[in-house]
Design a protein around this ligand. Structure first.
Ligand SMILES: NC(=O)c1ccc[n+]([C@@H]2O[C@H](COP(=O)([O-])OP(=O)(O)OC[C@H]3O[C@@H](n4cnc5c(N)ncnc54)[C@H](OP(=O)(O)O)[C@@H]3O)[C@@H](O)[C@H]2O)c1
Length: 109
C-alpha cells in the first residue's frame, strides 16, 4: 500500500477533463486530503484554453477554484510527467493511442 508522507500531497492528472467523466473526477477530487489536480488533458479542440473556458461544466457544484485557470493540454505523456496518478475519462478508442505510462485509472479499469 502506498502511504503519503504527512504534510505531503500527490499531484494528479485528469485526461478527458472537459468531458462528463472528467468533470466528475475533478468534482470528486476537490478538497481531497492528498490528491491535488495538477494537469488536465483533452482534445486539440480544448488544448491551450483555461479549463473554465474549455469545459461546459455540468456538475451540481461550481468548478473548483484550483482548476479554473489550469491550462488544458493535449493528452500526451510529457504534460503529465509530474503526476504520480492520472485519472482517465477518455473513451477506450482514444485512450489506446495515448501511451500514458502512469498509474492510470478510468471508470472501466
Ligand atoms: N458519461 C457517463 O456517464 C459515462 C459513464 C461511464 C463511462 N463512460 C465512458 O467514459 C468515456 C467518456 O465519456 P464522457 O461522457 O465523459 O465523454 P465526453 O463528455 O464526450 O468527454 C470526452 C472527453 O474526451 C476528450 N477527447 C475526445 N477526443 C479526444 C482525443 N482524440 N484526444 C484527447 N482527448 C479527447 C474530450 O475533449 P474535448 O472536450 O476537447 O473534446 C473530452 O474531454 C466514454 O468511453 C464513455 O462511454 C461515460
Amino acid at each position: 500500500m502506498y502511504t503519503v508522507p504527512e504534510g505531503n500531497t500527490v499531484k494528479v492528472g485528469v485526461l478527458g477533463a472537459t468531458g462528463t467523466v472528467g468533470q466528475r473526477f475533478i468534482a470528486l477530487l476537490e478538497n481531497h486530503p492528498y490528491f491535488v489536480v495538477h494537469a488536465l488533458g483533452a482534445s486539440a479542440r480544448s488544448a491551450g484554453k483555461t479549463y473554465a473556458l474549455a469545459t461546459n461544466w455540468k456538475q451540481t457544484t461550481p468548478i473548483p477554484s484550483g482548476v479554473r485557470e489550469i491550462q488544458v493540454n493535449p493528452c500526451v505523456p510529457e504534460h503529465f510527467k509530474e503526476c504520480a496518478v492520472v485519472f482517465s475519462g477518455l473513451d477506450a478508442d482514444v485512450a489506446g493511442d495515448i501511451g500514458m505510462n502512469h498509474n492510470c485509472f478510468s471508470p472501466s479499469s
